[in-house]
Design a protein around this ligand. Structure first.
Ligand code: GDP
Length: 334
């Protein structure tokens, strides 16, 4: 399979990685694989919200990186997970689901992210819920470039009571796109995940790895911090808070190490909401809710980043920010 030219963004990522590699001592325990043996490629996980993309990514990479939620659309950024085994390096791209309800600046920005992710990938995982197919799924299929290698993942197989009913559905799916493979499976099954990785190996072009084999994600700790706070925010506000609310990290500083040599990180984050009523919702009765968002974020981040964390949260009202492209850029969406 010929390797595609790399975009500027990927080249920049590579440069960063090479810089990091230069300063790392070469004593990790990962078995060395000769460059000429290495395979590497991007795997884009696409599908409408709630089909299980984040669950799948976490299972594939073996660590909680992307944020799963019962609610749709918690992940607005493109998240990359990296998994290296034997001579294969899988670089996963978890694209946000396609939003169809509104078309404000935020959604336009998201669709650009989706298109950018699609142009560089070696193989797509199109995730559907086994036995289900609706307009939102069809819109995602329409987004796939023609002639791409696409593996259809019929996920949540464990929820299908009568497997026999699935056969006509699978036949019907074959008419939707010229899929390279069709795999009924469950993202929650360890064996299914292993099988999927094995099948995917053949779609990764022979080329030198882009990342060190021990790297899990190229997203910064700062980004992970925003994602964790965002997850707690939406989980603890239930269904009340609109998805136009976001989290911006204002300060992320490593101040010192504690007595045991652990890093001490100071994080200040703003929760940006559209209206004063949303602000009250986030703060909660006597500030209880925001306190809980802070505490739960701190506990999870301490584990994830292996550091002692001090976290300070603010709530800011930015009326109509989701419609303002300049403001969007200042929050890190482009
Ligand atoms: P995303 O929006 O596509 O990223 O979907 P998530 O990964 O957040 O999953 C949505 C919901 O489906 C969560 O409650 C998951 O636990 C659940 N889920 C994902 N995969 C499976 C599966 O294979 N079986 C079952 N029963 N539930 C699943």
């Amino acid at each position: 399979m010929p390797s595609k030219p790399l975009s500027e963004e990927v080249e920049q990522q590579l440069r960063n990685v090479l810089k990091k590699t230069d300063t790392t001592s070469d004593t990790n325990s990962v078995v060395k694989v000769a460059i000429e043996e290495q395979h590497c490629g991007m795997v884009a996980i696409v599908g409408r919200p709630n089909v299980g993309k984040s669950t799948l990514l976490n299972a594939l990479v073996g660590q909680k990186i992307s944020i799963t939620s019962r609610k749709v659309q918690t992940t607005r950024h493109r998240i990359t997970g990296i998994y290296t085994r034997d001579s294969y390096q899988f670089v996963f791209v978890d694209t946000p689901g396609f939003q169809t309800k509104h078309s404000n600046a935020l959604n336009k920005s998201m669709n650009k992210v989706v298109s950018a992710a699609l142009s560089e990938v070696s193989v797509f995982f199109l995730v559907l819920e086994a036995g289900r197919y609706d307009n939102a799924d069809e819109q995602v299929i329409n987004l796939l470039p023609s002639g791409a290698s696409v593996i259809l993942i019929a996920n949540k197989l464990d929820t299908v009571k009568q497997r026999a009913r699935l056969a006509p559905w699978l036949l019907d799916m074959q008419t939707k796109y010229n899929f390279a493979e069709i795999i009924p499976m469950s993202a929650k099954s360890h064996d299914d995940i292993k099988r999927l990785l094995k099948i995917t190996e053949q779609y990764l072009p022979k080329q030198p790895w882009w990342y060190r084999p021990d790297e899990l994600t190229d997203k910064s700790e700062r980004f992970l911090a925003a994602e964790i706070v965002r997850e707690k925010l939406f989980r603890l506000t239930g269904d009340e808070l609109p998805y136009t609310s976001t989290v911006v990290i204002d300060q992320f500083q490593e101040k010192s190490t504690d007595k045991t040599g652990k890093r001490v990180l100071h994080i200040a984050a703003s929760i940006v909401v559209d209206r004063a009523s949303h602000k009250a919702m986030v703060i909660g009765n006597k500030g209880e809710r925001i306190k809980r968002i802070g505490t739960e974020s701190r506990i999870e981040l301490e584990q994830l980043l292996n550091a002692k964390i001090f976290i300070e949260l603010w709530v800011k009202v930015r009326s109509g920010w989701a419609d303002n492209e300049d403001q969007l850029r200042s929050f890190g969406y482009s």
